[in-house]
Design a protein around this ligand. Structure first.
Ligand SMILES: Cc1cc2nc3c(=O)[nH]c(=O)nc-3n(C[C@H](O)[C@H](O)[C@H](O)COP(=O)(O)OP(=O)(O)OC[C@H]3O[C@@H](n4cnc5c(N)ncnc54)[C@H](O)[C@@H]3O)c2cc1C
Ligand code: SF4
Length: 331
């Protein structure tokens, strides 16, 4: 048995100082990732610093139309917040389609950004896995990899990023606010999630002890005409095989602006920049959508088990765009 010390932080400075001072310590929020991995012996912290009492549960509407979400706000509270539902529907939809109701009541927004991959080899605590044990190899590349990534994958790791809400936040160009021993920082969300490259054990640019304090979602006109579409093996309580967060503005049948991100197919929440380039200024029709989807997936790297994801992702993109631009869709 491994002893673990537990403390409940009452202020942000104290929480950061305690974790920073002890390399074997972790923050504990809702515990829905941390406790699972601790039980499976994948994580072995000797100290847990509970951050649930920190004053970081706010969901604040900003005067410019944006919203600021505290890191300890629960996924279920954010999904139900009127400002989020009205101005950022794709965010509310991505939250409701994630995990289960019970989990969403426990899980926090900061914890969601930091959740770990669902690769079975990472989670079994014994198979070679570069992410868990750097340099040991990747069991998934020649193993069971049906759910693994086709975009952003390297030779060291092909695990899919599992979050739904991070995909919506990627499309919305959210900013992650942190505090740590080096002071306050703000990360553009695209910089917050790292590609595996040669260092798959590094998933974020955070220092040990750096605490996510909040997530800022800026106002953008595309956010109001947006949706999140998730395709999975079963209709609830399941991670995405492919998902799309998309928002567009259209006038006279032409797409003026588009924001698109993909989940379930990449090693990080994937901003579909090539597709956006094709969509902007083009006629909002199926031909444009098919071309945008095809070109975004052109760089896909597949295995025999996961190659179906290329077509699935393309179809999911086209369906999301057709749904969003349908004249029958209520405005
Ligand atoms: C069965 C199951 C199904 C799920 N399905 C989905 C799904 O469909 N879609 C989806 O998006 N997610 C899904 N999840 C993942 C779930 O959303 C995450 O487990 C949850 O969001 C993590 O939040 P938490 O507060 O419980 O984090 P914790 O488990 O407490 O922490 C997770 C990690 O983040 C660190 N951490 C926590 N808060 C902070 C902070 N503020 N700053 C810095 N580090 C921090 C912790 O040290 C830990 O390493 C599922 C989880 C389970 C168990
Ligand atoms: S895909 Fe990544 S997480 Fe899975 S075994 Fe390979 S290195 Fe580990």
């Amino acid at each position: 048995m491994r002893p673990i010390s537990y403390s409940r932080a009452s202020d942000v400075t104290g929480a950061i100082a305690t974790v920073t001072a002890d390399p074997t310590s972790d923050f504990l929020a809702g515990g829905t990732t941390e406790i699972d991995l601790l039980r499976q012996n994948v994580l072995q912290p000797r100290r847990l610093v509970d951050i649930n009492d920190l004053p970081l549960t706010q969901i604040e509407d900003r005067p410019d139309g944006g919203v600021y979400i505290g890191a300890v706000a629960r996924m279920s509270d954010v999904a139900e917040a009127p400002g989020v539902r009205e101005r950022f529907p794709m965010l509310a939809e991505a939250l409701v389609l994630g995990a289960s109701a019970q989990l969403r009541h426990m899980a926090t927004m900061g914890g969601n950004m930091m959740q770990r991959v669902r690769c079975g080899y990472f989670r079994d605590a014994v198979s070679p896995c570069n992410k868990r044990d750097p340099g040991s190899g990747c069991s998934a590349i020649d193993g069971f990899n049906r759910g693994h990534a086709v975009l952003g994958a390297g030779d060291s790791c092909i695990a899919t990023h599992p979050s739904d809400v991070a995909v919506a936040l990627m499309a919305l160009e959210a900013r992650i606010h942190t505090e740590g021993a080096s002071g306050r920082r703000v990360y553009a969300i695209d910089d917050f999630f790292l590609l595996p490259g040669d260092t798959p054990h590094l998933e974020h640019p955070l220092e040990h002890g750096e605490l996510i304090v909040g997530i800022e979602v800026p106002y953008t006109p595309v956010a109001g005409n947006a949706l999140y579409l998730k395709v999975r093996d079963r209709e609830s309580y399941e991670f995405a095989l492919a998902s799309v967060a998309v928002g567009v503005t259209i006038s006279d049948g032409v797409i003026r602006d588009a924001r698109l991100a993909l989940g379930g197919v990449a090693t990080k929440p994937w901003r579909a920049r090539r597709a956006e380039e094709i969509l902007r200024g083009a006629t909002a029709d199926r031909e444009t959508f098919v071309r945008a989807a095809r070109e975004e997936l052109a760089a896909a790297r597949t295995t025999p088990l996961n190659e179906f994801k290329v077509e699935l992702a393309q179809r999911t993109m086209v369906r999301a765009l057709e749904t969003l631009t349908s004249p029958e869709r209520p405005s």
